[in-house]
Design a protein around this ligand. Structure first.
Ligand code: PGA
Length: 297
């Protein structure tokens, strides 16, 4: 049986099981059409938090956000399927939801873990891999690479996080660290990548995550351009051009526009400021305005 049919079968069975377990209704069939890689991509990483005013209120505030921006929300895993249904209810079927992590195996005895197939069955279309908080909890480069491949294999789009610590920046090894992380995760991936729009790379300097300390626009641009150059080595020029490079680390409504003005930045990965619908919407709108400003130049 071809790989895709098996995947669809696993998905259908998992969906049926989940539907039994969750009487609130089926996880919606979200559109899976191709992305336009020229559109900015802005993602909310809720980590182990949830929106203070609740899901419905959050999405009501976000619903009017700029439609020229691709929005992905990574809620805690237990909220994935509720979120996938709720975005449909507010009329934003174009919002995607995703998991903050996943396991590389399709199933089996892996207590506490989540497979790409389960993420899809719950309505997820994206996954984060290699977030520094997961790497900090012991995740290795090899595991990040397996997770990335497993996500693509399950039909998900994957956002790979890379970034240096403060001491690595201070001792001048930022670019070596970025190159190593990208090579470890992406080497050999090109033939397996169905479309560059299914991969995004988030440059997240660890010293800027949750600290209020933001990289300067020139640091962001320099790192994003470097990531793009390494992607060119690994994926070829055309595919690298169509892979979006994001910045993450203390992004707020007040700095989003300046970061989006960096020519090699195609989007933002937002933690703390994504927990309120109103501030996340301001960031999404700033990203949309930033890109249309760039196109006019
Ligand atoms: P922050 O988190 O925006 O709260 O710094 C970003 C992230 O960890 O993805």
């Amino acid at each position: 049986m071809p790989e895709l049919e098996i995947q669809e079968l696993v998905e259908a069975v998992t969906r049926q099981v989940l539907d039994r377990l969750m009487p609130a209704g089926r996880a919606p069939a979200l559109p899976t059409g191709p992305y336009d890689p020229a559109r900015p991509l802005v993602a909310a990483n809720w980590k182990m938090s949830c929106a203070s005013l609740g899901l419905e209120q959050y999405l009501a505030e976000l619903a009017a956000a700029d439609r020229a921006v691709d929005v992905v929300i990574f809620p805690p895993a237990v909220m994935l399927s509720d979120m996938a249904r709720a975005v449909v209810r507010v009329g934003r079927q174009d919002f995607r939801v995703g998991s903050q992590d996943l396991h590389w195996e399709k199933g089996g005895a892996h207590t506490g873990e989540l497979s790409g197939q389960l993420v899809r069955a719950a309505g997820g279309r994206w996954t984060l891999v290699g977030h520094s908080e997961r790497r900090g909890a012991g995740e290795t480069d090899g595991q990040v690479s397996r997770k990335l491949r497993a996500g693509l294999d399950a039909g998900l789009s994957v956002m790979l996080c890379v970034g240096e610590t403060l001491s690595q920046r201070r001792d001048g090894s930022t670019f070596r660290v970025l190159r190593n992380q990208l090579h470890a995760a992406i080497s050999g991936l090109s033939p397996l990548l169905p479309s560059p729009a299914r991969l995004a790379v988030a440059y997240e300097p660890i010293w800027a995550i949750g600290t209020g300390e933001v990289a300067t626009a020139s640091q962001v641009q320099e790192a994003a351009a470097f990531v793009r150059r390494v992607l060119e080595e690994l994926l070829g020029f055309g595919r690298a051009r169509d892979t979006r490079v994001l910045y993450g680390g203390s992004v707020k409504p007040t700095n989003a526009a300046e970061i989006m003005a960096c020519p090699d930045v195609g989007g933002l990965l937002v933690g703390g400021a994504s927990l309120a619908g109103s501030s996340f919407r301001e960031i999404v709108d700033a990203a949309g305005a930033g890109i249309s400003g760039r196109r006019r130049q």
